[in-house]
Design a protein around this ligand. Structure first.
Ligand code: URA
Length: 482
């Protein structure tokens, strides 16, 4: 058995591994020791057990990358596994680096763990500003990764922080950026650890943390406040080092108790320097605009809905059908008009000579509004949610540029008119020109479903079909004119 002392770095291991490989020393003959000391006097120099590989040692680039990552994985056999895989691949056994192989699968598992840990550093590391008078570094961060990923994770922050100097300290190593060059220090000197770990009370870094906490509180999403999911995304070991960490347990229980609304209103309301309690909806203009419907917090329906339901259909559609809001089945499926009302609508479309695939289907409100009724979720007509949700409808109208919009029911009509219509009746059968498009108002298909009187039901159904026919005619006429 040959003991190989090296400096514990990947570069040090690589140098030794190359030497051993060229000397034909098999993995079973090698014991890797991370130290700078001399080998034990009683160690026997190992004898070559196999002829050295012929010619220069070449390894595939994917293996080089996998070895670099797996070298960060903390484990007693980290260097032994790397050498085992390298030895086998250098001898033509490429399978040794692949997931189907015992060594390869362990290697790949470690690579994956390291990628995830790097992601954790990028996502959960928090810089705190230091007082200007304290001199560089301007920003400090303390982080405790589960593996030795600092060298791989730190370059990301050079781009992000530009010329500002920073220090990231971990119990094992430190990364220092002076605005131009990145330096890795290993092991991490006690003073650097101390600098990075100072508590927020220590100096006026406090202000930065407070700002971050206010932001975190106001954007905290209780839909993701399943503690297991939260821990999966942000392992609890990081909580204690984050400025917002102490907030998380309380926010989780607040979320459970339904106090999210208050927490948001409070945090947003505090921003102007004065403490005023305001409803989440009124605080809306203060919030950043969501970039996707999934992020929408413009009203509170998202809290109880399974998911938002976006519009669906070809971008080239000339006709846009606007419903009220997703129902129970749409909420679960994430698609508009797939439940009972959808079936009535599809039948009416067919009767009017239109196919689902040629119209754009959407709703005035994108989340399901409901209250529990026994084991069922009972639909509740939306009201205050219509105005904030118009943001999404306007995006859809801009994208699709329909010639005709069919408003199915009065919620849809209200969303288009930007005011509450006094009954549908006065708009029915009279297409309206608004913002360079036609608006046709008609019954909502679920009104047809709910109407108990058969004759009335049939009349409403015929009115719906007639409106869809009208839409088809207007779309065709305008197409010809265009
Ligand atoms: N009712 C609507 O208004 N829209 C749907 O998507 C389903 C039912």
């Amino acid at each position: 058995m040959q003991r190989v002392d090296f400096d514990g770095t990947f570069a040090g291991w690589r140098k030794e591994a190359r030497r051993l490989l060229q000397a034909g020393i098999a993995p079973a003959q090698v014991s890797w020791q991370e130290s700078r000391g001399l080998g034990d006097l009683f160690d026997e120099p190992a004898e070559a057990t196999a002829p050295p590989p012929s010619g220069a040692i070449r390894i595939p680039p994917q293996l080089a990358e996998a070895l670099t990552y797996a070298a960060c994985f903390r484990s007693d056999d980290r260097w032994a596994l790397l050498y085992q895989v390298l030895w086998r691949v250098a001898r033509g056994e490429r399978a040794a680096m692949l997931a189907g192989d015992e060594d390869g699968s362990e290697l790949q598992r470690r690579v994956k763990a390291i990628r995830r840990e790097i992601h954790h550093v990028h996502a959960f590391l928090r810089f705190r500003p230091r007082a200007e008078s304290a001199g560089p570094p301007a920003w400090v961060a303390w982080h405790q990764p589960a593996h030795d990923v600092l060298a791989l994770a730190a370059p990301h922050f050079c781009d992000r922080m530009g010329n500002s100097s920073w220090l990231i300290a971990t119990p094992e190593a430190a990364a220092l950026w002076d605005g131009q060059a990145l330096q890795l220090v290993e092991p991490c000197p006690a003073e650097l650890q101390q600098l990075a770990r100072q508590t927020p009370e220590d100096d006026d870094r406090n202000a930065g943390d407070e700002l971050w906490r206010a932001y975190y509180r106001s954007t905290f999403n209780p839909a993701r406040a399943n503690p297991r999911t939260l821990r999966g995304n942000m392992p609890a070991r990081f909580w204690k080092d984050l400025p917002e960490g102490p907030l998380i347990p309380a926010l989780l229980s607040e979320a459970r108790a339904g106090a999210q609304r208050l927490a948001q209103a409070e945090a947003v309301g505090r921003q102007g320097g004065r403490e005023v309690l305001i409803a989440a909806e009124r605080a809306q203009p203060e919030r950043p605009l969501p970039t996707t419907l999934d992020e929408c917090r413009r009203c509170e329906l998202w809290e109880k809905a399974t998911q938002p339901v976006a519009g669906e259909g070809p971008r080239t559609a000339r006709i846009l059908l606007l419903g009220e809001q997703p129902g129970d089945q749409e909420d679960l499926a994430g698609r508009p008009f797939v439940g009972p009302a959808g079936q009535v609508l599809m039948a009416a479309l067919a009767e009017a000579g239109l196919a689902r695939s040629e119209v754009f289907l959407t709703n005035a409100v994108k989340h399901f509004k409901w209250i529990p009724q026994g084991r069922r979720r009972k639909h509740v007509t939306p009201g205050p949610e219509i105005a904030p949700c118009r943001y999404w409808l306007e995006q859809e109208l801009r994208d699709i540029q329909p010639t005709v919009v069919v408003a199915l029911g009065s919620t849809a009509l209200e969303a288009l008119l930007k005011r509450k219509p006094r009954g549908l009746a006065q708009f029915m059968g009279r297409p309206l020109r608004l913002d360079e498009r036609w608006i046709i108002a008609t019954y909502h298909p679920s009104y047809i479903l709910r109407t108990p009187d058969a004759e009335q039901q049939e009349q409403a159904r015929q009115a719906l079909v007639a409106a869809l026919r009208e839409a088809r005619t207007l779309a065709a006429e305008n197409e010809d004119e265009g």
